[in-house]
Design a protein around this ligand. Structure first.
Ligand code: PLP
Length: 488
């Protein structure tokens, strides 16, 4: 494809995307294909000779689209939102067009500098303390764009682990590092995302998973007791991962309590994962959730979840960037440059060396929407979740199972008093299976307080009350069929 053809095909692609977006509701929200469907539809080998672009695009529509789950569909209510507002799509397009690989300042100065500035803009906008910002006078902090919240949690744990081993090695110089590693223990709540468990697996450290309270919040006292117990058993607490806005039920750990506990252990690293909820902190009325963040060493949020920005865009801030980079620095000659002692080189802030110009999309988003535009979006989602919660509450066959604070409602059929917990779970599983099989709306389950619940998340960028009512009609129709139909 030469430049002139790209000019034409690029414009056609924008048209294809616009038509896709504006006709989404005419498609099934989730596909009805079986595993392996595509293998049967595509040749078993790559083409020997170039093919016509029109033929490629025909196959997109006829072969790929039937297997796509439409996350931007108005009736997609699973997981959390996957942002893809147009300015961020344009940012990704420009990033691909420029095609620079900004692993160090010298590899593409604008790529690094825009990222530093965007992380400071975002940190200020959501209300992080100045210690997390790179451009504050005397600050050791700063932020970086990682590919995912999982990576953000992992690199935070890697930094904490490196600092802990260094400290222990200083204390016990003759003890083997492997033995020191075997003493380290991290903590999170049962409600934390599974990426914390994965990070602990990769870091090869113990993880103690703690019981939250009845609202799904990890409490300071629970953490304190566990840390004391582990210390008495000869273990070394080194990392605590907390969550603001958990995946299952959007609950919030009690950060002020946890912070006070962790403060008594100056060498324990406190991380805050606000992958979804961070977007809400743009709004003054949600900032109270951030209380206690002043105790944290690192904080992550994903604008690609609740800030309309397309994947991938997970923001990670630390209060001491030197602890992060000292865990991750390798420095071959071919990557060095004459400013590497003064400039930020993001290759030392994550696992990958190569990095895309991801800050462009964030910049485009912030300039196109302004903070006020993003606040408006967050508020509409929260309001629609409340609207859905009220619909659930009005139907006595159902119960709401979480504290609805942002855009997520967890609910389930109540069932009769004689049914066992397993029968109740099974009935709700059946309801969700039937609904999802219809392709009319799409939701996923979770366990909240050990109960199987159905998660209803407000996801679509332009969600309306009518969309919520349509979803509720589908849910109640299937519930009626299940409770009163011939197969009941
Ligand atoms: N943390 C929380 C609270 C999440 O909700 C999720 C995903 O939904 C993650 C971490 C993992 O996110 P990612 O897919 O960016 O790794």
């Amino acid at each position: 494809m030469d430049t002139e053809e790209f000019r034409v095909r690029g414009k056609e692609m924008v048209d294809y995307i616009c038509t896709y977006m504006s006709t989404l509701s005419s498609r099934r929200v989730s596909p009805s294909v079986e595993p392996g469907y595509l293998r049967a539809a595509l040749p078993s080998e790559a083409p020997e000779h170039p093919e016509d672009w029109d033929d490629v695009m025909k196959d997109v529509e006829n072969k790929i689209m039937p297997g796509v789950t439409h996350w931007q569909h108005p009736q997609f209510h699973a997981y959390f939102p996957a942002g893809n507002a147009y300015p961020s799509i344009l940012g990704d397009m420009l990033s691909a067009g420029i095609g620079c690989i900004g692993f160090s300042w010298a590899a593409s100065p604008a790529c690094t500098e825009l990222e530093i500035i965007m992380l400071d803009w975002m940190g200020k906008a959501i209300g992080l303390p100045p210690a997390f910002l790179a451009l504050e006078e005397g600050s050791k902090g700063g932020g970086v764009i990682e590919g995912s919240a999982s990576e953000s949690v992992l690199v935070s744990m890697l930094a904490a682990r490196a600092a802990a081993i260094k400290r222990l090695k200083h204390q016990f110089p003759t003890v083997d590092e492997g033995l020191l590693l075997s003493k380290l223990i991290a903590y999170c709540s049962k409600e934390a995302h599974s990426c914390v468990e994965k990070a602990a697996m990769i870091c090869f450290v113990k993880l103690r998973i703690l019981q939250p309270d009845d609202h799904g919040s990890l409490r300071g006292e629970t953490l304190k007791e566990s840390m004391e117990e582990d210390e008495q058993a000869g273990l070394v607490p080194f990392f605590v991962s907390t969550t603001l806005g958990t995946t299952s039920g959007c609950s919030f750990d009690k950060l002020p309590e946890i912070g006070l506990v962790v403060r008594k252990y100056p060498s324990v690293w406190l991380h805050v994962d606000a992958a979804y909820a961070g977007g809400a902190f743009l709004c003054p009325e949600h900032k109270y959730h951030l209380a206690g963040v002043e105790y944290a060493d690192s904080f992550n949020t994903n604008p690609n979840k609740f800030m309309l920005t397309s994947f991938d865009c997970s923001l990670l801030w630390v209060t001491n960037r030197y602890l992060l980079t000292s865990a991750l620095v390798v420095d071959p000659l071919y990557l060095q440059h004459c400013y590497d002692h003064t400039a930020i080189d993001y290759r030392h802030w994550g696992v990958a060396l190569s990095r895309r110009f991801r800050s462009l999309k964030l910049w485009f988003m912030l300039r196109s929407y302004g903070i006020s535009g993003l606040q408006k979006y967050v508020r509409r989602h929260c309001e629609l979740a409340k609207y859905f919660e009220n619909l659930v509450k009005k139907d006595e066959r159902f119960e709401v199972c979480n504290d609805v604070k942002l855009g997520l409602v967890c609910f389930r059929l109540i069932c009769g008093p004689d049914e066992t917990p397993k029968q109740k779970d099974d009935l709700n599983k059946k309801l969700l299976t039937n609904i999802n099989a219809s392709g009319k709306i799409h939701m996923v389950p979770a366990y909240v307080q050990d109960k199987y619940v159905i998660r209803f998340c407000v996801v679509s960028q332009h969600a309306t009350r009518e969309d919520i009512e349509t979803a509720w009609d589908v849910i109640t129709d299937f519930a009626t069929e299940l409770l009163e139909g011939p197969d009941k």
